[in-house]
Design a protein. Structure first.
Length: 388
């Protein structure tokens, strides 16, 4: 199929909506203390505005995937509408309850949006363009994280929280409208066979390659989420200020956006996806050990940038492999991978949080988690070769 039959407008609209979900997720992460004082709640309560997202994803990842495999355009449209409703609900009143209610609604919508990355590319792009589309769709989620950090820096005061919330809602409305307009027309490349209910789940889980991808996702996602959650606290004893640590984390995610846009496309073109996955884990482990041995601003900047560029592309690569191996249930397969990644995030971040007082051990733990993903990557290669 030629490139002229690819509808990139659908992927661009999807990328905007994916970015919106991440902006809403992390809206208050950079202003936690200010928001807690403004709304008269604890910092932990503000933290729950973000923590509700991985928890809801674990619960809803599979149901959302089943919906998308059965009613793709309807499911994605519902995700766009719910995301908008949640964003606007946060503007409903000046109390914490309105914020939490809006976040819960967006968290419910997020699996319907993020699980659709392989479906939107499979239906609206020609096969040769799908790796690029999946890379763009996934990179947009990390770009949304960067935008969330930037918005927190632009609107840092208590009197600016309303503006922060309103700007995020306005972006969400634009993205959702673009998505709804785009999916009114079905794609030309609908390749998945619609199967009822749990048959889709059985189809996805029966593929040994998909199961390996789920197991693999635990390590890179767990390491990344733990780093973004605790890097600031772990670097503080080495004399890295909170503002500097925030810049280092922004650089980490920005490097990940660049990596997601470049690395998966090159890997797919050369057929080296599994080797790239293994390489990303090795780089992450090396960088984590370096921060354990010699923490500081310079080492942190180099290591976090390297981790972002090398590790974050693992997600779009996994999605592209899943789309190829489970095209009849790509929504459910994507949901399973997302769910495994969120489980990894909760587990590894939880363990890292218990070691905040001992940064050296915490960084070594993250390096060990990365290395634990290598045997699974090797099994991915064996299953892939056997399937071929």
């Amino acid at each position: 199929m030629s490139e002229s039959r690819s509808r990139w407008s659908a992927v661009i609209a999807y990328a905007l909506l994916g970015a919106a979900t991440q902006i809403l997720w992390l809206n208050y992460s950079g202003v936690t203390t200010v928001a807690a004082e403004h709304y008269g709640v604890s910092e932990n309560a503000i933290g729950w505005l973000a923590q509700v997202f991985p928890l809801m994803y674990i619960v809803l990842a599979i149901p959302a995937g089943l919906v998308l495999d059965r009613w793709f355009r309807g499911g994605l449209s519902a995700g766009a509408v719910l995301t908008t409703v949640g964003a606007l609900l946060r503007l409903g009143g000046p109390t914490y309850g309105w914020l939490l209610g809006g976040q819960v609604v967006v968290a419910v919508a997020q699996p319907l949006v993020l699980n659709a990355v392989t479906g939107i590319t499979g239906r609206y792009l020609a096969p040769e363009n799908r790796p690029k589309g999946i890379a763009l769709g996934t990179a947009s989620t990390f770009a949304g994280m960067v935008v969330a950090f930037v918005l927190g820096a632009v609107f840092p005061g208590a009197d600016q929280l309303g503006a922060l919330t309103a700007v995020s809602a306005a972006f969400t409305v634009v993205a959702a409208v673009a998505m709804l307009v785009t999916v009114r027309r079905p794609g030309e490349h609908h390749h998945a066979t619609e199967r009822p209910g749990l048959a889709t789940l059985r189809l996805a889980w029966s593929d040994p390659f998909v199961r390996r991808l789920c197991l693999f996702a635990f390590a890179p996602s767990g390491a990344f989420i733990a780093l973004t959650t605790y890097a600031q606290a772990l670097l503080t004893p080495a004399g890295v200020s909170s503002s500097t640590a925030s810049l280092l984390l922004m650089g980490n995610v920005a490097a990940g956006v660049v990596g997601c846009a470049i690395v998966p496309v090159l890997a797919a073109r050369r057929g080296t996806e599994v080797r790239v996955l293994s390489g990303g884990l090795l780089i992450t482990a090396t960088a984590a050990v370096a921060m354990a041995i010699s923490p500081g601003t310079a080492v942190g900047a180099v290591c976090l940038t390297a981790i972002g560029f090398a590790l974050l592309p693992a997600l779009p690569i996994a999605f592209e492999l899943a789309e190829r191996h489970a095209s009849q249930a790509e929504g459910t397969a994507t949901g399973l991978i997302w769910m495994a990644g969120n489980l990894g995030g909760l587990a590894v971040a939880g363990a890292t949080g218990m070691l905040v007082g001992d940064p050296t051990t915490a960084f070594l733990l993250l390096g060990a988690v990365a290395l634990l993903g290598l045997p699974t990557a090797a099994r991915l290669r064996r299953v892939s070769v056997a399937a071929a």
